[in-house]
Design a protein around this ligand. Structure first.
Ligand SMILES: NC(=O)c1ccc[n+]([C@@H]2O[C@H](COP(=O)([O-])OP(=O)(O)OC[C@H]3O[C@@H](n4cnc5c(N)ncnc54)[C@H](O)[C@@H]3O)[C@@H](O)[C@H]2O)c1
Length: 319
């Protein structure tokens, strides 16, 4: 077997720690180091996945020259780190959204396309690697649903989303962006027109929305409704309610919830665990995130096109 690819992660918070786990558990990669501006967190994650801590990306590159680098910091600080990683010659897995604004996302895409022309660069839109969304895409592509008329995409979380993400990102570029991309990816159509209304409550203090409902007109003539919010009470039985429903002249395909059919009822009430995005199974990352990391690793290992390009990520942000 060929030598494992050297992989590293910058930013090992909620999602970056799971990237580190994915590289650690995958036989085709060796996790050679992590970086985080919080040194205690970096140490904890490095110990968990048996790797080294570096105090900066520059030090990590100088010592290990990784072939794969995940940039899993908040989007407000992604630009410089992504460019530095690209200049090292690594293949890149960037977290979404690319940047806080479309103008900065455009600059990032331009720069990275120049620097990393012969490298793999993927943006981590995990719905593209969620088997359920992929099944619906295949059904649409096969013509089984006929001509697509309407779609409905819901991603509604609890007010904990506002508490955690409200201060440094926003509902549209952090959350709705997944469904905007899924609508275009599943149908193979572009979103040409948008009518949207929003409600601003708790997120008023950070200058953005708590809830958005949009009507979208697609280039294939279909109409989609998007509903995204961070409003459900914190003790709601489901941390994430995600629905996706496609109606065509030949049929309907739909996804309900993110609990994979599991419902738990105890004295504290009903709960629907989140088992689609990044469940941990037998101490290893699983679900859509695992598929996404494996897609990126495989794209480098076997010289394949990764699941999501920079331009597609930019287009979802532009909507
Ligand atoms: N693809 C997905 O489904 C998905 C899911 C969750 C988060 N995300 C994205 O990932 C990014 C991070 O989100 P999160 O929830 O993991 O946030 P987080 O706050 O849990 O983690 C971010 C980490 O980055 C570190 N950091 C910040 N600035 C840094 C710097 N300059 N250098 C090194 N480390 C730095 C922080 O200390 C923190 O540990 C966001 O852009 C978010 O939108 C994507």
């Amino acid at each position: 077997m060929t030598k494992p690819l050297k992989a590293a992660v910058v930013g090992v918070g909620l999602i970056g720690r799971l990237h580190a786990m994915g590289y650690w558990q995958n036989g085709k990669t060796e996790l050679v180091g992590v970086v985080d501006q919080n040194p205690d967190l970096a140490k904890t994650v490095a110990a968990e996945f048996n790797t080294k801590v570096f105090s900066s990306l520059g030090e990590l590159i100088a010592a290990e020259n990784p072939e794969l680098i995940s940039i899993a910091v908040p989007e407000s600080v992604r630009f410089d780190l992504a460019i530095q990683a690209a200049k090292s010659g690594a293949n890149l897995l960037l977290e979404k959204p690319l940047a806080p604004t479309l103008a900065e996302a455009d600059r990032l895409v331009d720069e990275i396309e120049k620097i990393s022309a012969n490298k793999k660069v993927m943006v981590n839109f995990i719905l593209r690697c969620d088997q359920r969304y992929s099944e619906i895409k295949d059904q649409v592509a096969s013509g089984a649903l006929g001509e697509i008329c309407t779609l409905f995409a819901r991603r509604r979380g609890t007010s904990l989303g506002a508490d955690i993400y409200g201060p440094w990102t926003n509902l549209l570029i952090s959350t709705a962006i997944h469904d905007l991309d899924a609508i275009m990816w599943v149908t193979g159509a572009n979103i040409e027109r948008v009518y949207a209304e929003s409600v601003v409550k708790k997120c008023a203090q950070w200058g953005h929305e708590d809830a958005v409902v949009a009507t979208l007109k697609l280039s294939n003539g279909a109409i989609a409704t998007l509903e995204t919010s961070w409003v459900m009470p914190a003790n709601y039985h489901s941390p994430l309610e995600a629905n996706f429903d496609v109606v065509g002249t030949g049929g309907n395909a739909r996804i309900t919830g993110s609990n994979q059919g599991v419902e738990v009822f105890t004295e504290t009430g009903l709960s629907l665990p989140e088992l689609s995005s990044w469940p941990v199974f037998q101490d290893q990352i699983s679900g859509a995130l695992r598929n996404s990391l494996e897609n990126f690793i495989e794209s480098v290992y076997s010289n394949k096109k990764p699941a999501m390009s920079l331009v597609e990520a930019r287009n979802a942000q532009s909507v």
